[in-house]
Design a protein around this ligand. Sequence first.
Ligand SMILES: [Fe+2]
Length: 137
Amino acid sequence: MENKAPLAWSEKYRVGHQRIDDNRKLIFEIRGLANKATSDGRSSEMVQQILSNLMDFSQRHFPDEEEFMQSIGFPDLKNHRESHLLLLQKTEDFIEQLRLGYSVTIHDVLGFLEEWIYSHLLDEDMKIMEFSELKTR
Ligand SMILES: [Fe+2]
């Protein structure tokens, strides 16, 4: 898979809320963990842990970000919330596959994280920032 997502967090990815941005950076840490697991040859034992980190992250961070969007009157909240639900659902699906004994590889998880960063964090989340900047201008 082509790697379209940048490797590290940059301040230009901020949406302009300290706690939310601190949390959004964690996605890069989770991906770092997945990359490290690959290079350490510990990928199969780490998949479960990485998915569980991702689940904790989403359950904490999504409601927080949604509350922020609501507080600034972000007009596309409904679609953004749906996109969070899809990410959560996909994470749950991976966890369920593992529970049922199907294989989920670190590459599946890395591909998912790449897509998450590229399509959500750097695209959909940035619309929050664009809107809040317009509003305060
Ligand atoms: Fe988001």
